[in-house]
Design a protein. Structure first.
Length: 576
């Protein structure tokens, strides 16, 4: 019932004022025009840039990039035809293939957007410089300190053994990624038993993140040495492994105590990088040597004669790169470190020895200061330091990232191919980043020694290379630049319908590793999709393995492909 009073109550007055908005036609047209201009400006600017690049010979096509999705339809149709099972299963498989391609294309459009490249760095600079805001990968701490989001999540999240967290992570797979195994204990214990059956001891060495050792650099609410932080599940994890007979070399208490003691100078971790400083790594090597001497009886060997030399390196941290700041930005300068490089008795740089009775599995914490592609020098990493401290040769299998699974998988493939990488081993040291306990995929792997069999895949002879044509049957995904703390990446690809001139060969196939990212920039290989024709220069993987085998890479899920002898491939222009 409407009020007959000439005065309006508060509700009626609010309804009259806010319940109806009047916009003049001219204002409406201006708003529509601005809205359309903003929407259309981005693709128009991108298309102008692509046409100019095409005219300059930098692109193979002037068509809009979004049209590339139509090239993926034949691959999805091939999946529809070739996938076994019911018609509905084939439709779902083809749809998943197309969704993966759409998802990948969207990432490529975002990363290659000219407008994004122009606007994102200065905007990020403003956010980080004056508001202290990072991005989805790098968090800003007390200037000039940066922290990796996964390291902060490890420390601030639920315990990685919390039943709720285990269920949540186990359900985190989707149509593009497999379902992870979240609990690290079954995989580690299975690995321990497999090695024990061969009389090999296992030492696991989780390397703590910067957030655990230096929380005072993330927020000034903490004072150095006044608090010790750790994931709630770590104590139970360590206890369970030790009770099962696994040796756990935990360097966390020593790191925390040493760098919080009075008079201690320097910092244990790099300010704008995810990794430790060389001095910290050398302490870890000495602690590991002491632990080995106490827990494992290695047969005595003559002194290897390793010696050291000093070297200086200056580099920009991976977190500063992931922050995607402009080149002129201040606040996160390059850092300088002094390395202790390890040399042989003859003055040569240190090299692994497959005949050693000690095998080290590691990730980027072992690679930094050892793998020159990371930008922090070489011959001075954790394994080199441990080899110097022990004065005995060491064998190694090291890959950046995915320390929970990658090196064990590589070891399993070596064994399955008939190469007994565990022959003569007495000790395996497994180093991985502690954050993997909360975010890694802890799959179990079978360490089964196979027999060498004739390969159906072509491989050039050592020292030879082939120019080939072929078609991509399958290719692993490449990470988006700036989303991982490594500037280089390699993908695996299955190439079929090979045509080789020398030697003459048709309809062959090859398992190929390709460089997909260099210096945080995608290479053309990162944009390859199933069905794409390619021209490659193939080399045997053994020729380039010393240079590339430790770089982070993604594999294809097909077990048969993982057992194939790989090649190294370099994309060639179609006209060559």
């Amino acid at each position: 019932m409407k009020s007959s009073s000439p005065y309006l109550n508060r509700e009626e007055q609010a309804l009259r004022e806010a319940g109806q908005t009047t916009i003049r036609p001219a204002t409406a047209w201006v708003l529509v025009a601005v809205f359309l201009a903003v929407i259309c400006a981005v693709p128009l600017v991108q298309q102008v840039h692509d046409v100019r690049s095409y005219l300059a010979g930098e692109r193979v096509s002037a068509w809009p990039q979004c049209y590339a999705i139509f090239r993926r339809v034949p691959a999805a149709f091939a999946v529809l035809v070739q996938t076994p099972g019911s018609p509905m299963a084939r439709v779902f498989a083809a749809n998943r293939q197309l969704l993966r391609d759409i998802h990948s294309l969207e990432d490529a459009l975002e990363d290659e957007s000219v407008v994004s490249q122009m606007l994102r760095p200065p905007v990020q600079y403003v956010l980080s410089r004056w508001l202290g805001a990072g991005n989805e990968k790098a968090y800003c701490g007390v200037r000039p300190w940066l922290f990796y989001r996964a390291d902060i999540d490890y420390l601030t999240g639920l315990g990685f053994l919390n039943p709720v967290q285990l269920v949540r992570r186990a359900a985190s797979g989707n149509e593009w990624t497999s379902t992870p195994q979240p609990d690290p204990r079954p995989a580690i214990l299975a690995f321990h038993r497999q090695l024990e059956e061969r009389g090999i001891r296992l030492i696991v060495m989780p390397v703590p993140p910067k957030s655990v050792i230096q929380p005072d650099k993330f927020t000034d609410r903490f004072k150095a040495g006044t608090v010790r932080l750790q994931n709630p599940s770590y104590a139970a994890f360590s206890r369970d492994l030790k009770q099962a007979g696994v040796l756990v070399a935990d360097v966390t208490p020593v790191f925390t105590g040493m760098w919080s003691s009075p008079g201690k100078e320097g910092d244990p971790y790099l300010a704008a990088d995810t990794h430790w400083r060389p001095e910290t790594m050398e302490v870890a090597a000495r602690l590991l040597k002491q632990y080995i001497n106490e827990k494992v009886q290695l047969p005595p060997q003559s002194d290897a004669g390793y010696r050291t030399q000093a070297a200086g390196v200056t580099n920009r941290g991976d977190l500063a790169v992931m922050l995607r700041l402009p080149e002129w930005a201040r606040g996160y300068p390059p850092e300088a470190v002094c390395l202790r490089q390890i040399l042989t008795a003859h003055g040569e740089t240190w090299a692994p020895d497959e005949t050693s009775d000690v095998l080290v599995l590691g990730d980027s914490f072992s690679n930094i200061y050892s793998l020159d592609a990371m930008g922090w020098g070489e011959s001075a990493g954790l394994i080199e330091q441990l080899s110097f401290e022990l004065q005995r040769p060491l064998d190694r299998l090291v890959i950046n990232d995915n320390g929970a699974y990658a090196t064990r998988s590589l070891l399993a493939r070596e064994l399955a191919r008939g190469r007994d990488r565990l022959a003569g081993k007495r000790l395996v040291i497994w180093q991985f980043a502690m954050r993997e306990l909360a975010s890694g995929d802890w799959k179990s792997v079978a360490l089964t020694l196979g027999k060498p069999v004739p390969s159906l895949f072509v491989v050039p002879a050592p020292g030879k290379d082939w120019k080939v044509r072929g078609v991509v049957r399958a290719i692993a995904p490449a990470p988006r630049p700036g989303t991982v703390p490594y500037k280089d990446h390699i993908v695996a690809a299955h190439i079929v319908d090979l045509e080789i001139r020398q030697p003459a060969m048709r309809d062959g196939q090859a398992f190929v590793y390709l460089s997909s990212m260099r210096d945080n920039v995608w290479t053309p290989a990162a944009r390859l999709r199933p069905g794409d024709p390619v021209m490659l220069l193939l080399r045997p993987w053994s020729d380039v393995a010393p240079r590339y085998e430790r770089i982070n890479r993604t594999e294809l899920p097909d077990d048969a492909l993982q057992l194939a002898e790989p090649c190294w491939g370099e994309l060639m222009p179609a006209g060559r």
